[in-house]
Design a protein around this ligand. Sequence first.
Ligand SMILES: *Cc1c(COP(=O)(O)O)cnc(C)c1O
Length: 455
Amino acid sequence: MSETVKYLLPEEKIPVSWYNIAADLPEPLAPVLHPGTGQPIGPDDLAPLFPMALIGQEVSAEREIEIPEPVRDVYRMWRPAPLYRARRLEQALDTPARVYYKYEGVSPAGSHKPNTAVAQAFYNREEGVTKISTETGAGQWGSSLAFAGALFGIDVSVFMVKVSFNQKPYRRAMMETYGARCVASPSEETESGRAVLAEHPDTPGSLGIAISEAVEVAAKNDDTKYSLGSVLNHVLLHQSVIGQEAIEQMAMADDYPDIVIGCAGGGSNFAGLAFPFIGAKLRGGTAVRAIAVEPAACPTLTRGKFAYDFGDTGHLTPLVRMHTLGSTFVPPGFHAGGLRYHGMAPLVSHLVELGEIEARAVHQNPCFAAGLEFARTEGIIPAPEATHAVRVTIDEALKCKEEGVSRTILFNLSGHGHFDMAAYDAYLSGNLEDKDYDHAELDSALAALPAVAAE
Ligand SMILES: *Cc1c(COP(=O)(O)O)cnc(C)c1O
C-alpha cells in the first residue's frame, strides 16, 4: 500500500499579494467596450456595478496587488489549502507519472469560490456598500458570497437559475443559513425577469438570464452593487492564491509540474492554479503545459468563437472579447452546473489564442467514471465540475504509461461533491446521458453575435 503524502504550508505562507498575469502578457487584452457606443469603457461606466477598488484591479497592470490583512485573516480559516500527492491513484493506474492535486474543497463553502467572495465582500464594505446582488447556477457561488456577506455584514440577494432552485433545495438552504435571500430566476422582481416570463412562462432559466436580473437590481439601486463569481480579471486575480501556494508546495516536494490541469466554466479555478505557473514561464522560467477542461455539452473554448460578446442574455453588460457560444446559447442538461456558462474569462481566452493554454472537451459519463476512481483511491468525492480535471489527469497519466515516460501532473480539485450526490446517484444507476448540444441552436447563437467595429 502507498503512503499518504501531503504538503502543508504554515499560516504565514498564505500569500501576501495576489498575482496579476496582465503584467506578464506578451500582448495586452482587447479593451472592454460600451454596448451602446462600441467605444472602450472607463471606470465611471462600471461604478454603478462595482466598488472602485475592484474596478482598479480589473484594469491593473501591476504584477503584485497586496491582499488586505482582514481578507488574509479570513483566508486563515482554511488556507493554506493542502496539496497531496495522489500515490494511491498512481498505483491503481500503474503509471510512472507523478500526480499531485491542490484541494480547494476545504473552504467553508466547499470550493475555491470563497477566495474571491471574501475579497469582494471586503472591498464593498470598505466603500460603504450594504447590499450585493448576484446570480448563481448550481448554487456554489451563491453560497460562497452568502458566507462572505455574513462575515462582512452585507445583505446578499441571489438570483438562482430556476431549474437548480427547484432541484437543489440544500444549496438554497445553505445560502439562507448564511443569511442571504435566494430567488428563483427568472423572477417577477426585475424587468429582465418579467420580460422572459411573459414570453416563456415555463423556462428553466439560465445563467445569462440570472446575470441580467442581478445586474439590473444593482444598476437601479444606489445602495446595491453587483458581484460576479468568475470570468472577470479581478476574480481570476483573487484566485491566484491557489497557484502561488502550489508553487511553494511543489518545491517542498522537490518537484515541478510538466502539466497543470483545471476544469473551466468561467475559468477562475483553472486560472487560479495555472496563471502563477504560466507567468513564471512567460518571465523566462520553466516550461509548463496548461490544460483547461470543459464539458463537451458546453464547449466554449473548443467550439466557440473568439469575439466580442455580452456576458448576459438581456444584453445589459459591457462587451468583452472572449471565447463564446453566443449569449443566447442554452446548453443541454448535464450535472456540472458550474460549467454551463456561454462565455470564458477574457484572460483565459487570450492565452488560448496565444498558444499558452490548451483546451479539451469531455463528456460527463467518462468524467463521473474518473470521479469514482478518484474517490475509491484518494477518498475525496470530487464536485462534478472537478471530475473534468480528474478525467484529463487520468488520461495524461495513462499516456505516460503507454509512452513509458514519467511526467509530473498537477491538477486543481476545485471542490467536493457532497451537495451533488444526486448526480453520482444518476451515474451509479446508469441514468446519465451524454447529450450533445443542438448544432443549429449554436449556429444561430453564433450568427447573432454583436457586430463590433474594433474587431
Ligand atoms: C463554480 C465552480 C467551477 C467552475 O467555475 P470556474 O470559474 O471555471 O472555476 C468549478 N468547480 C467548482 C467546484 C465550482 O464550484
